[in-house]
Design a protein around this ligand. Structure first.
Ligand SMILES: Cc1cc2nc3c(=O)[nH]c(=O)nc-3n(C[C@H](O)[C@H](O)[C@H](O)COP(=O)(O)OP(=O)(O)OC[C@H]3O[C@@H](n4cnc5c(N)ncnc54)[C@H](O)[C@@H]3O)c2cc1C
Length: 462
């Protein structure tokens, strides 16, 4: 344990952000209580409070590194549970703009875990900390104030509606995208944060299969990424239990259907034809489930000048990114690292300082995902010169990465949040991109967008 700062910290939410926050708080508070409206201990599958857990979840390379630092040996524990792992840029098959990226040996680890399995492993490690306990199933109703702008605890309600008050020296809201903190702040007389919102009207639809063929070869996953030509995408990882998960993604209202025939027809339009070929005669293990994601939302807490003492917000409650970029868990891990550094000073973390410290860490992934989404003409938002130039360059870079593994590697170091986006702008990299992105000879094939239109006849125009 580090320097003791307080008696009890209460973390609201036992998702990834809540668990990682509890891990770092356990070094500075005598006890850490995690409140969640779901029963979480011992739960192995998807749960109601984390409905996105039924859909493909990848942990980016930087998140992998931080989790390994916070929980040494976690990689080995996942491997012992048969969770497949390999090189993010070399052992996953990526398609951008309908073309396969050249595989590269990047040294960046990717663990092909489902969200519930990853959460179970992290939760088991957090639960083993002597300072940490869970208070479940309890829904958080609101904050308790002690006057002079100080939070002194929370009000929670059990399943039977019975209200309890939980005292705390520090309360951290990790309740995710639906965080009520902006409302609570208003009720307490504080200004709520401004919001940046990029409407993408995205949906995931997911089904698990037992395959009777092997489309993977040595690869762990097949991932055709949405592009201008074909805004439909998919993630098709092998799982720890020998099954495969297919998450289909469609944006701007072009949502993957949940009826089996519609699901298959959507899969047929992906830029990776081997996915449809593998699932069309495979054994389905469940019914397709869908998750709608209307908009990426960034709450600008760092711009506030007044905030209650003894209170923080972390994770998706601060910024919720378009999930296809796979950034949310890694950003939660980066934020937990910042909190850990502040706690190491031996004093109660200052909320405004915390928000200002995490803002630059959110900037890069936000630029990558919100900026990338603005490449689609149907997505509304300010297309600054930086956004337009960035997207034009990324188009060339993805083409170059189909020919040059060094470009693939550099791209995944940035997309994996290991390197900053500026790493792609080094003169040697720009040269490689320009050299390798000259258009190939016309193949006479229809662009994928045209094929989609012809085959489905139902897709909304983007
Ligand atoms: C379809 C989809 C796919 C995604 N794929 C990826 C991916 O590939 N990689 C990645 O890194 N991220 C991905 N994400 C994002 C990722 O799920 C989140 O960023 C990550 O889980 C961190 O969120 P969180 O812990 O802040 O909130 P959550 O994980 O949503 O957890 C919030 C917790 O708070 C609890 N809670 C909420 N309200 C209350 C209340 N009032 N009282 C008590 N408890 C409450 C919930 O039960 C839950 O346990 C995806 C998201 C979606 C929607």
């Amino acid at each position: 344990m580090g320097q003791l700062i307080g008696d009890r910290a209460v973390v609201l939410g036992a998702g990834m952000a809540g668990l990682l926050t509890a891990r770092v708080l356990s070094e500075s508070y005598r006890s850490v209580v995690i409140v969640d409206r779901d029963e979480v201990e011992g739960v192995e599958g998807a749960r109601r409070g984390v409905p996105q857990g039924r859909h493909a979840h990848a942990l980016l390379a930087k998140g992998q590194q931080i989790l390994q630092e916070l929980f040494p040996g976690l990689d080995g524990e996942l491997a012992a549970s048969n969770v497949p792992a390999g090189d993010l840029a070399g052992d996953l098959r990526w398609y951008f703009n309908g073309q396969r990226l050249a595989p590269a040996r990047s040294g960046l680890m990717s663990v092909s875990s489902t969200r519930p399995v990853l959460e179970l492993h992290v939760r088991t490690r957090v639960a083993a900390l002597p300072q940490v306990s869970f208070k479940t199933p309890f829904a958080v109703r609101g904050l308790r104030t002690g006057g002079q702008g100080r939070i002194i605890g929370v009000t929670i309600a059990g399943d039977d509606g019975e209200i309890e008050e939980l005292a705390a020296d520090l309360v951290v809201d990790a309740t995710g995208r639906g965080s009520r903190s902006p409302v609570w702040l208003k009720e307490l007389g504080f200004a709520p944060p401004e919001e940046d919102r990029i409407v993408i009207n995205l949906a995931y639809t997911t089904r698990r299969f037992l395959l009777n063929s092997d489309p993977y070869g040595a690869d762990l996953s097949i991932n055709p990424v949405a592009s201008l030509d074909n805004p439909r995408g998919g993630f098709f990882p092998k799982l720890h239990d020998g099954s495969s998960m297919l998450s289909l993604t469609g944006m701007l209202g072009d949502h993957p259907p949940t009826d089996p025939e519609g699901f298959l027809a959507f899969a047929k339009t992906l830029a990776a034809p081997e996915i449809y070929e593998a699932v069309k005669h495979a054994e389905p293990l469940d019914d397709p489930v869908t998750f709608k994601y209307p908009a990426s939302v960034r709450r600008r807490y760092e711009r506030l000048v007044d905030f209650p003492r003894g209170f923080l917000v972390i994770g998706d409650g601060v910024c919720s990114f378009n999930p296809v970029y796979g950034q949310g868990m890694t950003v939660a891990a980066l934020e937990a690292t910042v909190l850990r550094e502040q706690l190491a000073q031996g004093i109660e973390p200052d909320a405004i300082q915390f928000f200002r410290a995490i803002a630059p860490l959110i900037d890069s992934p936000w630029d990558i995902s919100a900026g990338g989404d603005l490449n689609f003409p149907g997505v509304e938002g300010p297309r600054t010169l930086k956004v337009r130039m960035g997207n034009a360059f990324m188009g060339k870079l993805h083409t170059a990465a189909t020919r040059d593994p060094r470009v693939t590697e550099a791209f995944f170091r940035v997309a994996g949040l290991v390197d900053p986006p500026q790493a792609l702008m080094r003169p040697s990299m720009i040269l490689r991109v320009l050299r390798n992105s000259k258009p190939a000879a016309d193949t006479g094939r229809l662009p994928v967008s045209e094929q989609v239109h012809v085959e489905s006849g139902s897709r909304n125009d983007q």
